[in-house]
Design a protein around this ligand. Structure first.
Ligand SMILES: O=C(NO)[C@]12CC[C@H](CC1)C2
Ligand SMILES: [Ca+2]
Ligand SMILES: [Ca+2]
Ligand SMILES: [Zn+2]
Length: 315
């Protein structure tokens, strides 16, 4: 049973053709052999493997493969390709070896459940629904979403922010921020400060699930005065993230700031300063300290962080 890494391709969720790293495996089925081209990327230091749940909910499901070098599954094509982009981002920008910084296998499952308009990190792997064709297309079709989910994995091995109330909203916000930073890294011409726009509501143009530039555009708070005290959604983690998301946008767009500087500040805070119970004020302090470490006391960068968090009501 031989395996060798080969180059294949497939059409993604948005109809674009992507080059894929596949594993050519000769398997024995009863008394005959079959050559399978599996979505198993062995070209990086971390193996990237893509599975299908076949619209059931058992994980990880079965590995996606084809009898030719063409993968005929758009959701799997994008999940497989974009996972590699996110790996490359963390390696290139921060020298990080993948999700756990130890090159653990990066597993994604597509076609989870039926008409499932969602995606999640389950503590071990990424999982994507197909959407319902109205609220969304298959969710792995959005690089910012895949980056969002894989960053949940990175967080788990670093700050491991408790998924509730302010620490949970920070957990969501860091995934939205890195989703945006990674979109800028890989798709500068398609960069924006919104989340999920590539797959959200195919019949409606220029909308998204969330906005970092203006969270209120989709009903999320952009200031502490509008913090959503609720018990639903683990204390509103997917709405209250608007407050730190707005701060991230303000930092990156402040005079003298760039996305490149902002992502270095965010990564250092996530790895060196944030803890499980960090709240919004602790995040402000962690990010200021990270900016001081990188750019100096009272630097333009550190002051931009301070001003941005104060602008959203965090003193
Ligand atoms: O925030 C999320 N998960 O925690 C999202 C919302 C839109 C994308 C799919 C799921 C990311
Ligand atoms: Ca986006
Ligand atoms: Ca839309
Ligand atoms: Zn999330």
């Amino acid at each position: 049973i031989r395996t060798v890494s080969v180059t294949g391709s497939g059409i993604g969720v948005l109809g674009d053709t992507k080059t894929l790293n596949l594993d050519k495996v000769t398997v024995k089925i009863r008394n005959k052999t079959e050559t399978q081209y599996q979505t198993n990327d062995l070209t990086r230091s971390a193996v990237i493997t893509t599975y299908t749940a076949n619209n059931a909910t058992r994980l990880p499901g079965s590995i996606v493969y084809s009898l030719s070098q063409i993968i005929n599954d758009p959701a799997a094509v994008d999940a497989h390709y974009y996972a590699g982009v996110v790996y490359d981002y963390y390696k290139t920008k921060f020298g990080r070896n993948g999700i756990d910084n130890g090159n653990m296998t990066i597993k994604s499952t597509v076609h989870y459940s039926r008409n499932y308009v969602n995606a999640f990190w389950n503590g071990s792997q990424m999982v994507y629904g197909d959407g319902d064709g109205v609220n969304s297309l298959a969710l792995s079709g959005g690089l910012d979403i895949i980056a969002h989910e894989m960053t949940h994995g990175v967080d788990e091995y670093e700050a491991d922010l408790i998924y509730k109330d302010q620490s949970g909203a920070l957990n969501e916000s860091f995934s939205d921020c890195f989703g945006t930073f990674i979109e800028y890294f890989a798709q500068k011409n398609k960069f924006d400060w919104e989340m999920g726009e590539d797959v959200w509501t195919p019949k409606i143009a220029n909308d998204a699930l969330r906005s970092l530039q203006d969270p209120t555009k989709y009903g999320d708070p952009a200031h502490m005065n509008d913090y959503n005290y609720t018990t639903s959604d683990n204390g509103g983690v997917h709405t209250n993230c608007g407050i730190p998301n707005k701060a991230c946008y303000l930092i990156a767009t402040s005079s003298g700031m760039t996305i490149e500087k902002t992502e270095q500040i965010y990564y250092r805070a996530l790895v060196n300063y944030l803890t499980q119970s960090s709240d919004f004020k602790a995040a402000k302090e962690a990010l200021i300290q990270s900016a001081v470490d990188l750019y100096g006391v009272n630097s333009v960068e550190a002051n931009a962080v301070k001003a941005a968090f104060e602008a959203v009501g965090i003193y």
